[in-house]
Ligand binder design. Structure first.
Ligand SMILES: Nc1ncnc2c1ncn2[C@@H]1O[C@H](COP(=O)(O)OP(=O)(O)OP(=O)(O)O)[C@@H](O)[C@H]1O
Ligand SMILES: [Mg+2]
Length: 446
């Protein structure tokens, strides 16, 4: 596809000659005879390069340059000036022109300059793509931590990164478990090795052993050749076991053995193979609860949580919200004047964030795209209806009814959890005398 050049000049004969010369070199050329027309065409055709005269009937070429640099800084602009106006040329370069050429110029000077400008644009574009990709892959696109809890957590995580100790990251969905795992890998002595992510919930139980530990040719139907498992692929690096809470108990036994022995036995193989990996695991499930129900092995839990890292939900670290807003505005290329009003920020701070940072990222992106004005107000936020969350003031009774006892029980348990099982404090939270609480604990067998 050929590149499009917008040529703005009010001198008709010069415009025609230049257009002819550029078109002869294979460029698509669109011309404009005035500044206003030029900007209009620029908006409608998004050219790859602009070549403009300084002295136009209705506008100054430098003002055009300024406007283009504001709206589309990646588009190079070449300024044509009359012979001798050095001062103008200096100004043009200051305002971000790619180059200036003095009139009269020969054909080749202009063409060379255009080619160089387009090359630069292409390079910038590719660099941007690559930077995005690298950031995506390494996860160093910036973890925001303005609140003291997050700062402390990241500090612990970076210290943990220096060791080979197994890390267990817990936290609700969307709190940043995967970004934290990447941060640990990136800051570890293994950062030049691979980071292999395995989503334990996504692999069918019949395949997980072969996925993790590999298999030998012929060990089962479909095993047409030897295959390395994720443990071996991650050798020299980090193995990230995501959604570990979803792993079946019989696989947990094998995982435990692999971690303890630092070796794996591919399916169908007689011999175990040594592996050199660091394990980071993550889950949004309450593993203690799963252990109590017999769904997660306690011994594996202790193996994994040598260094436990809990990421608090966003609603408990509202100090991060302004910094996150700023971060996402930038991430989604919002123009500089776009932002959230004071009241809108207050609403965001009071919101419960069931989807945590992922939800916040989606909301900021949506607000940027759908905005009608540059300042985003509370009514533009369209947050989930908070009334549906379990607020005692807005009860929800499903059609099939609800057991009052269960509600009471869950509030008692929550109060005990919040007070680290201190019954007197829990009773105070629930605004009932301590003996009433004790009575109910007994009644519900708690
Ligand atoms: N502290 C942070 N600063 C900036 N962006 C963040 C931060 N934490 C999370 N994010 C972003 O939020 C999104 C969700 O993060 P991530 O995938 O790590 O969450 P998760 O805890 O693994 O969620 P799930 O349990 O649903 O898998 C990602 O796009 C991530 O880049
Ligand atoms: Mg995740």
């Amino acid at each position: 596809m050929s590149e499009t050049i917008l040529l703005i000049d009010d001198d008709q004969s010069l415009r025609r000659v230049t257009e002819y010369n550029l078109a002869a070199k294979g460029f698509d050329v669109i011309t404009a005879a005035s500044g206003v027309q030029g900007l209009e065409v620029f908006k409608n055709y998004s050219p790859d390069l602009v070549v403009t005269d300084v002295k136009l009937g209705d506008m100054n070429g430098l003002d055009i340059l300024e406007k283009i640099k504001k709206d589309a800084p990646e588009i190079p602009v070449i300024i044509m000036t009359a012979f001798g106006s050095i001062e103008m040329a200096v100004q043009a370069m200051h305002k971000g022109a790619f180059n200036f050429i003095t009139k009269p110029f020969d054909r080749d000077t202009l063409i060379l300059s255009c080619k160089k400008a387009l090359e630069l644009k292409d390079l910038r574009y590719k660099t941007k793509l690559m930077t995005n990709e690298i950031n995506r892959l390494t996860g160093t696109e910036g973890i925001i931590s303005a609140s003291s809890v997050m700062k402390e957590l990241l500090d612990t995580a970076s210290r943990a990164a220096n060791s080979d100790a197994t890390v267990l990251i817990t936290g609700e969905s969307g709190t940043g478990k995967e970004v934290l795992a990447r941060l640990i890998h990136q800051n570890s002595p293994r950062h030049n090795g691979p980071m292999v992510t395995v989503n334990c919930a996504a692999i069918p139980s019949g395949l997980i052993e072969s996925e993790l530990f590999g298999h030998m040719k012929g060990s089962f139907t479909g095993a047409i050749k030897d295959r390395k498992g994720h443990f071996q692929t991650a050798s020299g690096g980090t193995l990230f076991l995501d959604e570990i809470g979803e792993m079946a108990t019989d696989t947990q036994v094998k995982l435990l053995r692999a971690i303890q022995e630092k070796e794996v036995q591919p399916v169908g193989s007689e011999r175990a193979k040594k592996v050199d990996i660091r394990i980071v695991a993550a889950t949004n499930l309450d593993l203690q609860k799963k252990i109590a129900k017999g769904e997660f092995r306690e011994d594996l839990y202790y193996r994994l949580s040598v260094i436990p890292l809990f990421i608090p939900p966003l609603r408990e670290r509202t100090d991060d919200i302004p910094a996150l807003i700023k971060h996402f505005l930038k991430k989604f290329d919002a123009p500089r004047d776009v932002g959230f009003s004071g009241p809108a920020q207050e609403v965001l701070k009071a919101y419960q964030w069931p989807g945590n940072i992922r939800e916040m990222q989606n909301i900021v992106e949506r607000c940027i795209i759908l905005r009608k004005k540059s300042v985003i107000e509370p009514e533009d936020l369209q947050l989930l209806d908070q009334k549906t969350s379990a607020s005692p003031l807005a009860p929800v009774i499903p059609d099939e009814g609800v057991a009052l006892g269960d509600i009471e029980k869950s509030y008692i348990l929550k109060a005990l959890e919040k007070t680290s099982q201190n019954r007197s404090k829990a009773a105070r939270l629930l605004k009932i005398p301590r003996h009433v609480l004790l009575y109910r604990l007994e009644k519900y067998g708690l």
